[in-house]
Design a protein around this ligand. Structure first.
Ligand SMILES: NC(=O)c1ccc[n+]([C@@H]2O[C@H](COP(=O)([O-])OP(=O)(O)OC[C@H]3O[C@@H](n4cnc5c(N)ncnc54)[C@H](O)[C@@H]3O)[C@@H](O)[C@H]2O)c1
Length: 278
């Protein structure tokens, strides 16, 4: 029964760990958590972005917030940070596994490294390390802390529409470039985003008796200064005819973190303007 609609999605006093918080969407996740009364704990590789962001959030939303420099691929760093958060707040209620590498397209040798036949093992390993090993380590330490709460909590994994469908490589082609130099969406992106779906199903069934729910969001591409030709081509593949605004994932995120999603577990939710339906 709804007693007070104002508190319906309240995250009051919930400590929410957000990885990759200094990035484009991480910042939006953090602001949404703060707007609903939660305590965003902001993690990123370098401390400068997240420490500033935490100060900004405290001032704007009048909630506690803190930023830490944590490389989520380093187990000792994640484990020590989980202890630091517990020492400071006493509990962790939610984890947003958001960090991933932005796909790289080329290096200085002149070859187009986005292509499978040129794709360096090092970039493959780095991409897998951040998105998959990092998410596993965060589940291992922050997720385990969540499982110790009397009422559990929520893990939200950020996948992608490309965790559900294959990239259409024609979108990345540029006129006038030879076939062997045409851009491709890197193979690692499809693999990590699909892997995140597997991790979501695993975690959804790992601590169910402790009330730890785990769900995945699969965002479509955010319009963010890409070339007009690219935006036009992608928009044509989306029933709603446009790319996303960076704030269009906040509503679903708050719902997933809140008690209003108390029976939602193992869901893989596309938010892509319908792209994966076509
Ligand atoms: N932006 C989009 O269009 C889009 C679309 C679909 C899915 N996504 C997904 O949303 C998530 C966020 O995307 P974004 O666009 O904000 O990316 P972004 O590149 O702006 O932010 C990613 C953040 O992760 C951080 N990071 C990288 N390695 C790290 C590590 N080892 N430890 C801690 N932090 C690390 C980076 O420093 C960066 O701040 C990603 O998982 C991405 O795949 C984004």
């Amino acid at each position: 029964m709804i007693r007070n609609p104002d508190d319906f999605f309240s995250l009051s006093n919930k400590v929410v760990v957000i990885t990759g918080a200094a990035g484009l969407l991480g910042r939006k996740h953090a602001e949404a958590v703060a707007a609903f009364g939660g305590i965003p704990v902001l993690l990123d590789v370098s401390s400068s972005g997240v420490v500033e962001l935490a100060t900004e959030i405290q001032e704007k939303f009048d909630v506690e917030s803190v930023g830490y420099s944590v490389d989520i691929t380093k187990e000792a760093s994640v484990s020590a940070n989980a202890e630091t958060i517990i020492a400071r707040f006493g509990h962790i209620d939610a984890l947003i596994n958001n960090a991933a590498n932005n796909p790289k397209m080329e290096d200085d040798s002149g070859k187009n490294f986005s292509r499978l036949e040129n794709f360096p093992l090092k970039i493959w390993n780095d991409d897998i390390n951040v998105a998959l090993t990092g998410s596993f380590l965060c589940a291992k330490y922050y997720g385990y802390e969540i499982s110790k709460n009397p009422n559990g909590g929520s893990i939200v994994n950020i996948s992608s529409d490309l965790g559900l469908i294959a990239p259409d490589q024609r979108l990345y082609e540029v006129e006038g470039v030879s076939y062997e130099n045409q851009n491709r969406k890197p193979v690692s992106y499809s693999v990590v985003k699909t892997g995140i779906v597997g991790l979501t199903r695993y975690l959804a069934t790992y601590w169910p008796e402790k009330n730890v729910r785990c769900n995945a969001l699969c965002p479509g591409g955010v319009e963010n200064g890409q070339p007009e030709v690219f935006i036009g081509k992608v928009s044509n593949k989306i029933p709603m005819g446009r790319m996303a605004n960076a704030n269009e994932y906040q509503g679903a995120l708050i719902w997933l973190l809140s008690d209003q999603a108390s029976y939602l577990n193992g869901a893989i939710i596309p938010i892509d303007g319908g792209r994966s339906v076509w």
